[in-house]
Ligand binder design. Sequence first.
Ligand code: ACO
Length: 404
Amino acid sequence: GIDISKLFASTGYVTLDPSYGNTGSCKSAITYIDGDQGILRYRGYDIAELCEKSTFMEVSYLLVYGELPTPEQFTRFKDKVQHHSLIHEDMKSFFTAYPGHAHPMAILSAMVCSLSVYHPELLKSDPTPKEMSQTITRLLSKVRVLAAFAYKRSVGEAFVYTKPKLDYVANFLHMMFTNPVEDYEVDEVIRKALDVLFIIHADHEQNCSTSTVRMVGSSKANLFAAISAGICALWGPLHGGANQMVIEMLEDIAKDGCNYKKYIDKAKDKNDPFRLMGFGHRVYKNYDPRAQIIKKHCDELLDQLGINDPILEIAKGLEEAALTDPYFIERKLYPNVDFYSGIVYRAMGIPTNMFTVMFALGRLPGWIAHWKEMIEEPGTRIARPRQIYVGSPQRAYVPINRRR
Ligand code: ACO
């Protein structure tokens, strides 16, 4: 019954844990990770089993509401998500105001925050369960539409809306790749592979972007604002932005004659800021189970689509070279979720600058689930870390004309 944080605060003690390597920020019943064993479970279900037997929509429901849905609950949930896919017409002009080369993550975060303007009824800090559910289904539906619109803007094509008969993931592919002059049939192999990728990304407990969503949400800022902040946090190359950087790195290695040793030596050099992108993880000190599943799917997808992507061979070559190097062995650095995902996105025809957007779409139900868990937890206080002050002691003000 003792609240340690309050007890410490009352005695004047502060725990110093830069970058939160060993600080639990909350209790959570959503995702379990065992980083030494390489285990990941959502609400108790193993990630590999969910990828094999479930769908992204079902996993979204599971994460947000805590249980797998009954058939009736699932139909209602999917219908609501489909129903809310329209974007206010005014918002379309926002897209055209961006230059064509704008990064889609910048557009997506701004658009998600802007959505709040069009749904003032959903901005209550203490929503009823019904209002909560309305906000959640709207966000799940609209963020995917905004992401597809951001892509359409970048290639200068007209926006495409969802079709009621397609599922969530198929609709995303339809909005991305349908254009007025070409028929686009969603390929089942691609749809299934994307569904699995979204499941794999759906949650990962208190990672940087999820902690950002919780941090912003703890001030009672609305969910749109909190998710928009989470998207910005995800964009960084040490987090979700790594999936774009991995492909760019593998392309550089290809151009450089596949000299793996050169890149591994560069990553080991402490005077060089370069890191092997897609390697290492704060929690996993074993093979990231998500990377294992993606690697398998990557092989299968390329095989089924008859694609021979030399980048896959380079990725495998680099992995082998790194995993036999004492530096990587000692530090337990293995491929993470971002190492192989970009190769799958490439095979689907998704451009490199959209990779982190794909991650955001997958992570969305996880962010929402954590926000919901936080605001429903009785007694949640605003997140407000302390610090150890290391600046100057008190000193007298010097007027500008006497400063040297
Ligand atoms: N390449 C080379 N060295 C690395 C790498 C890497 N990719 N990752 C970690 N190291 C080294 C560090 O230099 C450090 O070495 P030292 O002990 O000699 O100082 C040691 O391994 C521990 O690394 P930290 O930086 O302390 O680990 P941290 O938990 O803070 O960082 C991170 C984890 C950010 C994922 C890191 O491994 C990294 O930068 N990886 C590359 C970027 C990446 O792939 N990010 C995606 C992560 S997954 C996700 O967010 C979805």
